[in-house]
Design a protein around this ligand. Structure first.
Ligand code: PLP
Length: 259
């Protein structure tokens, strides 16, 4: 007997960060805070703290497919969130998983670096994400440094990167959190030419897991049925609040307070 209607399920394909700031723990916490149920499937294990990454190991493709199949065979997946993939093979694995979920919105955070700057995948993984996964996405959420890598425009503006990347995906949110202006400028681009600007006050400090928080919240909002621009607005607002309330549990970056 079902006592309560189930919360929307979001399948998360992300890496695990043992410091708890980023990766799957960020996804789970952010999704719980939206009233969603996270189904966390691990793509990679990392060795890191709040300062930086020391190592990582990508899981075998068969293990990731088996995790995803267990979830898809049992739970009504309403959205999918992608975080760290780490290898070309994992990009292809996700393409295969998405073929089993036709029509389900996909949110892609193209993770290539940790907040402290350490690599979580080579740039060629970013190019494969651009070619094979962006076309399947409802929206991708690169920060400006990630957008520059994906667009292969090392000094490009957000607008210049977006123009190139919109050839591959329908919608793009380029976040400006890594700049140094007083305000953070985030811009939502759509292939039909429309643009939405979302500006917020820059908070002091550097954060571990802000991108994961944003992308999983957005996936949760889409799973709840919110329209895209409104979902982006809600996700940016929530993420900003988690950064405002962030804690510094270790010696490095601040960790968003998501719950
Ligand atoms: N995914 C994993 C597993 C990570 O460890 C990290 C950063 O450490 C990220 C994603 C990206 O983190 P951020 O949200 O700070 O960009």
């Amino acid at each position: 007997m079902n006592r309560y209607p189930s919360r929307p399920v979001v399948l998360c394909l992300s890496g695990h960060d043992p410091s708890g700031g980023a990766g799957l723990q960020a996804d789970i916490e952010a999704l719980l805070a939206q009233g969603c149920h996270a189904a966390p499937a691990i793509t990679a294990l990392t060795v890191q703290d709040t300062v930086d990454v020391r190592d990582f190991r990508i899981l075998d493709r068969a293990w990731v497919l088996a995790q995803a199949d267990a979830v898809i065979g049992d739970l009504p997946v309403a959205a999918v969130k992608l975080g760290m993939l780490g290898s070309l093979e994992m990009v292809d694995t996700v393409v295969e998983i998405m073929a089993r979920l036709p029509g389900v919105p996909l949110v892609c955070d193209p993770v290539l670096r940790a907040g402290g700057g350490g690599a979580l995948g080579k740039d060629e993984v970013g190019y494969a994400i651009r070619e094979r996964l962006l076309p399947l996405c409802r929206i991708a959420t690169p920060n400006l440094p990630e957008a520059r890598i994906l667009a292969e425009l090392p000094d490009g503006s957000a607008d210049a990167c977006a123009e190139k990347l919109l050839a591959h995906c329908e919608h793009l949110l380029i976040t400006g959190g890594h700049g140094d202006e007083r305000e953070v400028h985030n811009r939502l681009y759509a292939r039909d030419g429309s643009r939405h600007d979302f500006t917020c006050a820059r908070l002091p400090g550097s954060y571990h897991g802000s991108g994961c928080t944003l992308a999983s919240t957005l996936a949760g909002r889409l799973a709840l049925g919110e329209e895209l621009a409104s979902a982006v607005n809600s996700a940016l607002d929530y993420t900003w609040r988690t950064l405002r309330d962030a804690e510094q549990p270790g010696h490095g970056q601040y960790v968003p307070r998501r719950l």
